[in-house]
Design a protein around this ligand. Structure first.
Ligand code: PLP
Length: 398
């Protein structure tokens, strides 16, 4: 007997999703299949750095698709070489390995650090990561993450990760031993609720890792590609990590990520790393189109200014409603709601055509397109203001 399959049930039920199907996007806006329009301050979880369906990415993909999709990862292709060279030219790194997701880039960073330990540090393999950190959903990256909800899942975890506290140098130094090979962190913990490492902590970590001969790994999957107003977050602290991972924004909406390393750290030998789609020219063409726009000094300046505008608007909103602090940098910001009303606000915003994210029950996170306009920010603030007024009134009535 064949059973009728509900259209949504064709997909594995891995997360709660609203009963809405999106079918079109443009800039800061998404449309569902009934024609309803939504102002998007999630942007695929900080992915669409140029907004939905940017013409530059669409054109680059179409041109590349007509020319060469993939020759095999065992051959060079001109598009991935161009993107690797451009990333190197714009950063402090010497070599790149392209991947298809952020987790895969971090998995590669972990392998690279272990390889470095095998070659240069008597087999040291432990990596110090941080409570609250998020590095992906493969087994090794879940093990590296410091997300409480991951702890009971998929035991036994991959061993070799010891957790320190963000912005607490002593908690890092206490974990360093002969087995340690690297320290790995997000410069702003995004999934945990936008908790920034201070520039001073990042500088001290650089000094400490250098003094102990350890690798410093920055997971810039959320903070990289202009999100914080500089092309890469490490520039704010005036330091250079040994390894960096990029994802999300680098493809402007398509699955592209990257592992970058200095020549000292880039120690993979043949057979250590690879993957069928890694460095395929189609995704790299999108990456080139994105980098071409995002790396422009004027674009970064405007992102930083727009970030300050959003920050000040959120601060005004917070003061008006007696809410908490605004955290983050550039266009990766969070508003502390002081109460666990985030999911209710997100649901109400959704009903009113506004897409917001609550990474924690008491926190809203804002990660719009980097080219979001001030008018769109004002529209979002106005809608959120109305929801907060209603929520306040409801509390008075209750
Ligand atoms: N690292 C960070 C800091 C992230 O924010 C994410 C995704 O949210 C990942 C890694 C995992 O990336 P992906 O979902 O592309 O595997």
């Amino acid at each position: 007997m064949t059973m009728a399959i509900h259209p949504y049930n064709a997909l594995m039920d891995i997360t709660a999703r609203p009963d809405v199907v999106f079918d079109r996007g443009e800039g800061s806006w998404l449309w569902d299949d009934t024609g309803k329009r939504y102002l998007d301050f999630i942007q695929g979880w900080a992915v669409n750095c140029l907004g939905h369906a940017p013409a530059a990415v669409a054109e680059a993909l179409a041109a590349q698709a007509k020319r060469l999709l993939t020759p095999s990862p065992a051959y060079y292709n001109d598009t991935s070489l161009k993107l690797a060279k451009a990333l190197i030219a714009h950063s402090s790194f010497d070599q790149v390995f392209f991947t298809n997701s952020g987790a895969e880039a971090n998995e590669g960073a972990i392998k690279l650090a272990r390889k470095y330990g095998a070659l240069h540090r008597n087999g040291a393999y432990e990596i110090i990561t941080f409570e609250g950190g998020f590095h992906g959903r493969t087994l090794a990256t879940m093990s590296a993450s410091g997300k409480k909800a991951f702890e009971p899942l998929f035991e036994p975890k991959v061993p070799g990760f010891r957790k320190a506290l963000l912005n607490d140098l002593g908690s890092v130094s206490r974990l360093i031993s002969d087995k340690t090979v690297a320290v790995m962190l997000e410069p702003i913990q995004g999934e945990a609720g936008v908790w920034p490492a201070t520039d001073q902590f990042l500088q001290q970590l650089r000094e400490m890792t250098t003094a102990h001969g350890l690798l410093l790994i920055f997971d810039e999957i959320q903070t990289g590609m202009g999100r914080t107003g500089k092309l890469f977050h490490y520039e704010h602290a005036g330091i250079a990590p040994d390894i960096m991972t990029l994802g999300k924004g680098i493809g402007g909406g398509v699955p592209l990520a990257a592992l970058l390393a200095t020549s000292r750290a880039a120690c993979f030998e043949h057979g250590d790393q690879g993957g069928t789609f890694n460095g395929n020219p189609l995704m790299c063409a999108a990456g080139l189109a994105v980098l071409d726009q995002v790396a422009k000094p004027d674009f970064l300046k405007s992102t930083a200014e727009t970030g300050l505008f959003l920050e000040s608007e959120l601060q005004r909103l917070s003061a008006r409603h007696g809410l908490g602090e605004v955290r983050g940098r550039g266009l990766l910001l969070a508003l502390d709601l002081k109460l666990p009303v985030g999911p209710a606000i997100v649901a109400q915003a959704f009903a009113h055509g506004l897409l917001l994210n609550a990474p924690r029950p008491d926190t809203l996170r804002f990660m719009p397109a980097l080219n979001v306009t001030r008018e769109e920010i004002s529209q979002m603030i106005e809608a959120l203001d109305a929801i907060l007024i209603k929520a306040g009134a409801a509390r008075l009535v209750a």
